[in-house]
Design a protein around this ligand. Structure first.
Ligand SMILES: *[C@@H]1O[C@H](CO)[C@@H](O)[C@H](O)[C@H]1NC(C)=O
Ligand SMILES: *[C@@H]1O[C@H](CO)[C@@H](O)[C@H](O)[C@H]1NC(C)=O
Length: 396
């Protein structure tokens, strides 16, 4: 019994070695380490069991500790600690024997981490955070969420990917309340973030972007790409795409949008290398556009005699282009039904304009006729306007 008691007391003594006076500092995670908050006062206690009362403190092996004071014969007080006082403190008995050793680390208590969440598809999302500040103190995160204010569930962290947690099998139109809690030996702090999955959808960039010239078409480039592999190909969740392109030496991008997995650029510059990138977004505009894909480059087709050293300007003015210069508004997807629809609506529009014009003309004629009957200045005035406004053939 006695040996057990003394053994126990030794354990207690050993634990007490690293105990210090202030409430703000206590051991956490690492053994033999004392954590202090910057600008706090920390008291290191020498709890060795050498009967004698006088001890000596050393900092990293040196007895010189100008920033420290003895509060009594054994304890060392460090007022207003700064990162520069971090190090190994040892206390020694009169024969120089080491009685206890403490590693002091000084840092900030946890702040509120900054958190962003992103879904690369509709079934999964992940949250990423940044520590509230640079901190030498060991820091960990407890990540949880509630669905529609239900019980907390764990947002799973992957040890291989720090500062990230994932929620699987997520639901649409459902409120997720994320809680990312930062913890270090000096305390804890948390960020709450409310989100709906559809508002944080951001697909990965499309892949396999390829660009090719089209034979006989010096202003065209054919562009193809593939869905990002992370996006599940389901009928309900389609992506749309946009391509940005520019000549290599030109800084301004042109952008076209399409729902297809290919497109034809019709206004490329003749004989010039172009850079292209493609991005994706949920078809119904949920969330945000993806990042741009890695770029691809290509030069439109050029005929034998002008390829090579002839300057581009000469190409444009001297060669006959088989391609039409202007890009029809419906050239993006080349759907023939759509072209017909556009032509029909243009025709209808022209007809309406013509009809309005004729009606207005007839109306003015009637007014003029009537006013002329009453005579006077007004008639002349109106006629003058009228003669200016209408071509001669119609007046005469
Ligand atoms: C969700 O994410 C994980 C890991 O990123 C991935 O393996 C999985 O295929 C994704 N989709 C679903 C439905 O879980
Ligand atoms: C967030 O999580 C931490 C750690 O689990 C918890 O202490 C805190 O109360 C939670 N905050 C809210 C608002 O749920």
């Amino acid at each position: 019994m006695i040996s057990l008691a003394s053994c126990l007391s030794r354990v207690i003594v050993f634990v007490a070695v690293v105990a210090i006076s202030t409430v703000l500092s206590h051991t956490w995670e690492e053994e033999g380490v004392v954590y202090g908050k910057i600008n706090d006062t920390i008291t290191l206690q020498c709890n060795g069991h050498n009967g004698s009362s006088l001890v000596e403190w050393k900092f990293n092996g040196s007895p010189d500790i100008p920033w420290g004071f003895f509060t009594n014969v054994r304890d060392l007080q460090l007022p207003n600690v700064e990162p520069s006082v971090m190090g190994n403190y040892t206390c020694h008995g009169q024969e120089g024997e080491q009685l206890s050793s403490v590693l002091l680390k000084v840092g900030h208590p946890p702040g509120i981490p900054s958190v962003t969440c992103r879904a690369s598809d509709y079934h999964n999302f992940s949250c990423y955070w940044n520590p509230s500040m640079e901190n030498v103190l060991p820091t960990r995160y407890i990540t949880s969420y509630r669905v529609d204010k239900g019980v907390p569930e764990v947002c799973v962290q992957n040890p291989a990917v720090p500062n990230m947690c994932s929620v699987r099998f997520s639901k649409l139109w459902t409120l997720y309340r994320m809680n990312i809690t930062e913890i270090n030996p000096l305390g804890s702090n948390f960020r709450i973030l409310d989100l709906y999955v559809q508002s944080i959808v951001k697909p990965d960039p499309p892949e396999n972007l390829s660009v090719e010239p089209i034979p006989q078409a010096p202003r065209r480039l054919r562009v193809t790409w593939a869905y990002p592999p992370t996006w599940p190909q389901e009928p309900h969740f389609q992506l749309k795409f946009r391509i940005q392109y520019r000549p290599v030496l030109y800084m301004v991008w042109s952008v076209v949008e399409t729902a297809n997995l290919s497109d034809i650029i019709t206004d490329a510059f003749v004989g010039v290398e172009h850079i292209l990138q493609v991005g994706a977004r949920d078809f119904l505009d949920a969330g945000t556009w993806s990042e741009w894909s890695p770029e691809a480059r290509a030069t439109p087709w050029t005929s034998e005699e002008i390829s090579g050293s002839v300057p581009e300007i000469v190409n444009e003015t001297t060669t006959e282009e088989p391609e039409p210069e202007f890009r029809e508004p419906f050239a993006d997807n080349g759907d023939p039904a759509e072209k017909v629809a556009v032509l029909i609506s243009l025709g209808v529009f022209a007809f309406v304009v013509l009809a309005l014009f004729l009606i207005a003309g007839a109306f003015i004629w009637m007014r003029v006729d009537r006013t002329v009957k009453y005579g006077g200045m007004k008639a002349d005035f109106l006629t003058a306007i009228h003669m200016k406004a209408l071509p001669k053939t119609q007046i005469l």
